[in-house]
Design a protein around this ligand. Structure first.
Ligand SMILES: C[S@@+](CC[C@H](N)C(=O)[O-])C[C@H]1O[C@@H](n2cnc3c(N)ncnc32)[C@H](O)[C@@H]1O
Length: 227
């Protein structure tokens, strides 16, 4: 099993989790989160919602703001991230758990909707993770993964990043593109994703579509359907 990156999140120090959370509060990241929430909300009116690799938990806050009836769950492999999510969600009812998506203690067919943003590419055992999503998702329901891809136009990306960060300070204008580049280096090719999905229990029951989030042309909306 190759180490894709989840290991460094397990060992993530508290200051790094806080630093990441700060970056995720920049305006373009807020826009990205609210666009993700808008794509998710038509799929759930009430019931159980899980965000895998929830990190700081801010997507759960956004979902709660738009529909407080939804029961919130967040899972993250990093203890420091889950602690941070607990602080960020201190006034919101949410079940936040440290754990690896390859093996969870959620009941079979428990969730009405599952999502995940920018985390799948880090999992050391992606097929096992997908199969666990299949186990805990209710039949006839959907999981949506938001993942980056490599088949984008470099000049458009540069231009949009520049526009997005034009009101930010010097460090954020340097750091955000640096971390994004790092992510894009590790991210899967679309054909690799298709291959992994076809080896999972979602075989023949998925779709992959290119989308933009905060105008960045690097995102995929991966829809996984459980029969
Ligand atoms: C790049 S962060 C994204 C955080 C958040 N979803 C966001 O959009 O800002 C990736 C998160 O996935 C978590 N993660 C990585 N591998 C995981 C796994 N196998 N199971 C659960 N969480 C995992 C990391 O600890 C980290 O918090």
């Amino acid at each position: 099993m190759s180490n894709r990156g989840e290991k460094s999140f397990i060992k993530l120090p508290k200051f790094a989790a806080k630093f990441y959370d700060k970056m995720m509060q920049l305006e373009p990241m807020k826009i990205q989160r609210s666009q993700i929430a808008e794509l998710l909300l038509p799929l759930i009116n009430e019931g159980t919602f899980l965000d895998i690799g929830t990190g700081h938990g801010r997507l759960l806050i956004e979902i709660n703001k738009l529909n407080p009836r939804i029961e919130l769950f967040g899972l993250d492999i990093s203890e420091k991230m889950i602690n941070l999510a607990k602080t960020n969600l201190k006034n919101i009812k949410a079940n936040l758990q440290q754990g690896n998506i390859v093996s969870t203690n959620y009941e079979n067919s428990y969730f009405d909707l599952i999502t995940c943003t920018g985390s799948f590419y880090l999992w050391n055992a992606p097929i096992e993770g997908l199969n666990e999503i299949h186990r805990i998702l209710k039949p006839n329901k959907t999981a949506i993964l938001f993942e980056s891809h490599k088949e984008y136009d470099e000049s458009i990306l540069k231009e949009e990043i520049k526009k997005n960060l034009s009101n930010e300070g010097f460090f954020n204008r340097k750091l955000v593109p640096y971390f994004l580049k790092k992510q894009l280096k590790m991210t899967y090719e679309i054909t690799e994703l298709e291959d992994l999905l076809n080896k999972s229990l979602f075989e023949n029951n998925f779709s992959i579509n290119k989308i933009t989030l905060a105008n960045l042309p690097i995102w995929l909306k991966i829809e996984l359907n459980k029969e």
